[in-house]
Ligand binder design. Structure first.
Ligand SMILES: Nc1ncnc2c1ncn2[C@@H]1O[C@H](COP(=O)(O)OP(=O)(O)OP(=O)(O)O)[C@@H](O)[C@H]1O
Length: 553
């Protein structure tokens, strides 16, 4: 059912491949073991066959070449080495979630979830959170998620490692049942060589080469050992070159595989349904993760308070200058005098306060999204194999993080305006501040999609926020030649400019113009919103690019 020809995998910059010229086939409807010392390339072999990593050579499913891992959805399942489920979901929610991503008929989900729970023996634990499961139960949930698409072939990467002998036997019995009653093909990476009697075909990988394929009995004979436990000693004693030369001819179990017998791929749910499923799950996880929820609440409600604390000393002046320019006669003269005295202090304060709001919103944006995709990359890659569309996943993240950013922008605007009495249209100012937060959120979401490590994505996002203040050229003067090179890329500049010009018909703005050393053009709100929208759209484009890439951590 599954086979490959001349598969070679190289890691960037390394001359020596980590998998060399692997040509083999697995026995259909049977238990296949892949064994070999740690680091020899077992996982790489399986990933290369599924096209989860860049490779040379070809692989086939039922005689048809595997051109992309997406073509395997519903056909080949993959239980990776580490469990791919959100720790804050219950067992039932995790299984139902996986089913909703791959199953079009929603009426079947509850029945199928119960059936899977029964098969994996977790019925009694269905309401437990994933984070509270034991090692053996975690392996079972990994297999349960794999069963969600009911694939005819299953790759299982060390699903019994670290378990006690009883739990290990129970899982191997379960896999054997999948082959016997279920007619599935199971391909299992296993470290415990004492369990090879469970398998019909054993593949030995050594130093990136496939050096043997045969039954457990043939293995003993070939390596001249009386127990498989002595296999690694035998391998090490003679070296890879010797075992490659001595390799017996490999049987082609796929010789009469007919692509026409290829099981048809079950229809997937619509993209809208996948987006809805992911959004519901994300909101559920958001409210369950008390640490992240608390942090988001603290910065959403705490940052506006920090802004107004800095405004308190200058509030009377801000309120005084927030008047429209429509006074007359003696009153105007008096006003003009007062205006001149207070203008310098107040305009510096207002400029600083607006910039402070904007920079804090960019910080919120980076907190919203820098880890969002990178932190669950393996889970996402796994769900792609269940039929999740990359763009549906990307848009579920874009919508979720943008909703939070929108709330943060509107709240910051309302709270600070309410206390400081900033003049100008609330709607325009709320749009500009939300625009700042949303566009920075989307740019940092792009980092999260492009980097495999959440820490890397976070650091780059924090640097970007850190550069907002100096590179905006508002408080610190930028060299003239750099000003319009940096500003188009600096989110805070456009937020600040849009907010300032929303107060154009007020004395606050006059004060700013009068006290600026050299008055220069400042973007009006519509242009600022346009610039922020362009940055957001670029962010979205890179989120999509990152989500279409394959990145298994
Ligand atoms: N993305 C990567 N970048 C660099 N090296 C890698 C990468 N992926 C795998 N390797 C290296 O390739 C070799 C084979 O890795 P692989 O995970 O396939 O081994 P394995 O046989 O499955 O090991 P284990 O039994 O310990 O899980 C290892 O030396 C590993 O360090």
């Amino acid at each position: 059912m599954l086979s490959c020809k001349n598969l070679t995998v190289r890691v960037d910059g390394s001359a020596e491949p980590i998998l060399s010229d692997a040509t083999l086939s697995f026995k259909p409807h049977a238990m296949n073991a892949v064994i070999g010392p740690s680091g020899c390339g077992k996982t790489t072999l399986l990933k290369a066959m599924m096209r989860l990593v860049e490779r040379e050579g070809k692989s086939y499913f039922c005689g048809e070449e595997i051109l992309s891992s997406e073509s395997l959805s519903g056909r080949v399942g993959y239980a990776p080495q580490f469990t791919c489920a959100h720790p804050k979901l219950t067992v039932l929610e995790a299984i139902e979630g996986a089913l909703k991503i791959g199953e079009r008929d929603l009426s079947k989900i509850s029945t199928r979830a119960k059936k899977i729970l029964k098969i994996i023996g977790l019925e009694a634990h269905s309401e437990k959170f994933i984070e509270s499961l034991s090692g053996g139960q975690l392996r079972r949930i990994g297999l349960g998620l794999e069963l969600a698409a009911d694939p005819p072939a299953m790759f299982c990467d060390e699903v019994t490692s670290g378990l006690d002998p009883l739990s290990e036997n129970a899982i191997l019995d379960m896999l054997k049942k999948f082959c016997g009653d279920g007619g599935k093909t199971v391909i299992c990476i296993i470290h415990n060589l004492a369990k090879l009697e469970y398998f019909d075909l054993v593949t030995v990988v050594y130093e990136g080469h496939v050096v043997f394929q045969g039954s457990p009995k043939e293995l003993n004979r070939h390596f001249e050992i009386d127990s498989p436990l002595n296999l690694y000693d035998a391998l090490n004693a003679k070296g890879v070159k010797y075992w490659l030369e001595k390799r017996p001819p490999l049987e082609d179990f796929c010789a009469d595989c007919d692509p026409k017998s290829l099981p048809s791929r079950p229809p997937r749910p619509s993209a809208a349904s996948q987006i809805f499923t992911l959004l519901m799950r994300r909101f559920k996880l958001f409210f369950r993760d008390s640490g992240y929820l608390l942090l988001t609440m603290a910065i959403t409600f705490g940052f506006p308070i920090v802004v107004v604390i800095f405004a308190f000393g200058g509030l009377p002046q801000i309120r005084g200058l927030a008047l429209e320019r429509s006074l007359g006669g003696v009153e105007e003269l008096r006003e003009t005098l007062r205006f001149s005295i207070e203008a310098a202090q107040t305009s510096t304060l207002v400029t600083g306060l607006i910039l402070f709001q904007v920079v804090l919103l960019t910080l919120m944006g980076s907190n919203n999204s820098a880890r969002e995709i990178a932190a669950e990359r393996n889970l996402y890659e796994k769900e792609r194999l269940l039929g999740l569309r990359p763009w549906a996943y990307a848009f579920s993240k874009i919508i979720f993080t943008s909703i939070i950013a929108l709330f943060q922008g509107v709240w910051m605007c309302w709270f600070v305006k309410f206390i400081c009495d900033f003049p100008g249209s609330f709607l325009v100012q709320a749009a500009v501040l939300s625009g700042v937060c949303i566009s920075m959120t989307l740019v940092c979401l792009a980092f999260s999609a492009l980097f495999s490590s959440p820490d890397k994505a976070n650091i780059v996002s924090i640097y970007l926020v850190g550069f907002q203040l100096p590179l905006s050229g508002i408080v610190l003067a930028l060299p003239e030649c750099l000003k319009w090179i940096c500003r188009p890329l600096i989110n805070s500049y456009w937020g600040w400019a849009g907010f300032m010009t929303s107060m154009k018909d007020t004395r606050l703005y006059d004060a700013f113009v009068q006290t600026s050393p050299s008055y220069e053009w400042i973007a009006k709100p519509s242009i600022a919103l346009f610039a922020l929208a362009v940055q957001g759209i670029i962010g979205i484009a890179f989120v999509l690019k990152g989500c279409y890439q394959k990145k298994w951590n």
